[in-house]
Write a protein of this length. Structure first.
Length: 375
């Protein structure tokens, strides 16, 4: 799990995490609803009621965003695309795919699922608002449902903008991919649309700043910068995948690996290995048998007073399929495994014998070299 997020719940075998940055938008939503929206729709209610309505509306908005992301994830899983988690963060949410869709049709269905869910929820809340109004229910309930109708509608419309990596951008990429039969070209064009839209948002944000709307201006600028970075990153991922497809771990791994004995104490480990070699982790061995991986993070969890009495084997990550890959595995699959466990390196082993180590740095160096040669 990402250290900037915490796990909330697991649904449909998909872990849901909340990035700490998400609480920024949560606070802004509650504040704006309690101080602006609900006092305007229900001025007769006391301030405490407005804050309670705001909190309830924010929770239901949170559930709506989760439903949006789960619709992507469930469609992906039905098309044999593993999802290793959903993260809610400051700009909404993202479903973490272990690999890219195999065809334009799968990409199209996945991308369309999110906005379809948002529009469905908008229709549900609109219908509830109209139906409950006819039954004469209290106005504050209608105000909450009407707000959720507006927000889900806005989320659906915003995500249909043809700027990658928004859902609309992914729909555009699917169409271009089908037309050109080239996912790299399709991603490059869809990313250009995404960056263009990002620049428009940034420009609009700057106009708001000059007009005196500080919060609105900053918000649009932040969203624009985020979309620009996301478009660039998504395109680079496709370029990397095309460059490294067919490359095996054996061709990239580092064979000369510094290992540590299982019985070494933490104080000696720090002085003789971490300070000397300046790596963040080391394989742990005993009589040439690979036992696990010792990380700097694990060392930092132990009080310094205990270092002379604690051995590496006691706090290492035990050997498991989670941290080990085969030398014959495709490098792209190894990178996906790194991303799923939040680690920058994997052990390459055969029959519990260490034969090498694969790091993100090794893969990136190869990619940069291939990209330079093919320029």
């Amino acid at each position: 799990m990402n250290h900037r997020s915490f796990k909330l719940v697991t649904l449909f075998n998909i872990p849901v995490e909340i990035n700490y940055s998400w609480f920024i938008i949560l606070g802004l939503v509650i504040f704006s609803l309690a101080r602006g929206y609900f006092p305007a729709t229900d001025p007769e209610l006391p301030e405490a009621a407005h804050w309670l309505m705001a909190a309830l509306a924010a929770i239901l908005l949170f559930a709506s965003l989760l439903a949006h992301e789960f619709s992507h994830s469930l469609v992906a899983m039905r098309n044999n695309l593993p999802i290793h988690g959903i993260t809610l963060f400051v700009f909404g949410g993202v479903a973490h795919l272990s690999k890219e869709p195999a065809s334009p049709a799968v990409e199209f269905k996945m991308a369309a699922a999110g906005p379809a869910m948002s529009f469905f929820l908008a229709a549900i809340f609109f219908g509830l608002t109209q139906t409950l109004y006819g039954f004469g229910l209290p106005g504050y309930i209608l105000s909450i449902f009407n707000y959720l109708f507006i927000l889900n509608l806005a989320v659906g419309v915003f995500n249909l903008i043809p700027g990658f990596p928004l859902d609309g951008g992914r729909l555009l990429r699917a169409a271009l991919w089908h037309f050109f039969r080239d996912i790299k070209r399709a991603t490059r064009l869809a990313s250009l649309f995404g960056k263009t839209f990002a620049f428009i948002l940034i420009a609009y944000g700057l106009l708001n700043l000059f007009a005196g709307s500080l919060i609105t201006g900053l918000w649009f600028i932040f969203i624009g910068l985020f979309l620009q970075e996301a478009a660039d990153t998504s395109y680079q991922q496709i370029v990397m995948k095309k460059a490294l497809t067919g490359v095996r771990v054996e061709s990239v791994m580092t064979r000369s690996v510094v290992t540590v004995p299982s019985e070494i104490t933490i104080d000696k480990l720090v002085d003789e290995y971490f300070f000397r070699f300046r790596y963040t982790s080391f394989p742990v061995v005993k009589d040439d048998a690979l036992l696990g991986l010792i990380t700097l993070h694990a060392v930092k969890e132990i009080e310094k007073e205990r270092w002379p009495r604690v051995a590496a084997a006691e706090i290492m990550v035990p050997l498991s399929e989670k941290i080990v890959v085969s030398k014959d595995l495709d490098v792209i699959d190894a990178l996906a495994k790194m991303a799923s466990i939040g680690s920058g390196r994997l052990l390459v082993a055969e029959d519990h014998k260490l034969i090498g180590i694969l790091t993100q740095r090794d893969v990136i160096r190869l990619f940069e070299l291939k990209a330079r040669i093919e320029e």
